[in-house]
Design a protein around this ligand. Sequence first.
Ligand code: ZN
Ligand code: ZN
Length: 346
Amino acid sequence: MKSAVYVKAGQVGIVDVARPEIQSPDDAIIRIVRTCVCGSDLWSYRNENMKAGQINSGHEALGIVEAIGDNVTTVKPGDFVIAPFTHGCGHCDACHAGFDGTCDEHPGMENWSSGVQAEYMRFEHANWALIKVPGQPSDYTEGMLNSLLTLADVMPTGYHAARVADVKPGDKVVIIGDGAVGQCAVIAAKMRGASQIIIMSRHEDRQNMALESGATAVVAERGEEGIAKVREILGGGADVALECVGTEASIDQALGVLHNGGRIGFVGVPHYSNHALGSTFAQNHIIGGGAASVTTYVKQELLKAVLDGDINPGRVFTHTYKLEDIDQAYKDMDERRAIKSLIILE
Ligand SMILES: [Zn+2]
Ligand SMILES: [Zn+2]
């Protein structure tokens, strides 16, 4: 089968690899019909130390179940499924608490997908984590399929930021990051009843998308200037900041816009290490964040919200490619032409 691999910094290619097979009784093999490029894949794509031939870090897919292990009872071959990037067990303390993105039973990378920019994937720990969608892909419009694909990662990730920061009706919320996750955080803040939602963005297409999804104001300035602008719009500090980038500058921005006692939900994969616990003692900030509880949110709320047409996160896909054109899909996101690149397989 065809699979994407990193060639060197700034280049992805397609190679032929063996089709994955069932290796454990809780596995499912999935034929992928749609996948995409994540903002987090761009960290690998830009990495100068990347080894040539390293398998792609893609982790979001929609597909059809091809085969299942002996212990899988929740899906069967032929079923249409969302393949979350997370693989919670559904019964440990973390999963019960609604944190299946960091399942106690599946430490570290064992709980997270990779390599799904390919024709097939092996989905580990499938029985609880995999999500069946009613019908078949042909029953859905393009827009609906795109929204279903966002349920594998970016929509639940945006939702996670809002959940761990406990966004409540009436809250004033600032979103840091105007990529696909930031856009989904806008949707999530609105779902949870935020009264004001400020998106920090310098790009007109992204500003407009956020405004269509429920943002009430845009701040293009950054740093101290951006913080001052937010405070001017809100008439004070924000209740909540949702950090959807993963840089030190974006964390500083999040800390800067809050009033004392404000809350941060951070879901940008951290590429910084010097914000010690305790650095916010004088502000009483409440800080939560980590890998999203994809299966929990999708089963509880997000699948229904998409199927009912209440939310349209699929609008984050601005550009579409074939798997063969994966390099262009990365390039267009890296150079910020595409907000999120969609890959449709034959
Ligand atoms: Zn991702
Ligand atoms: Zn678990």
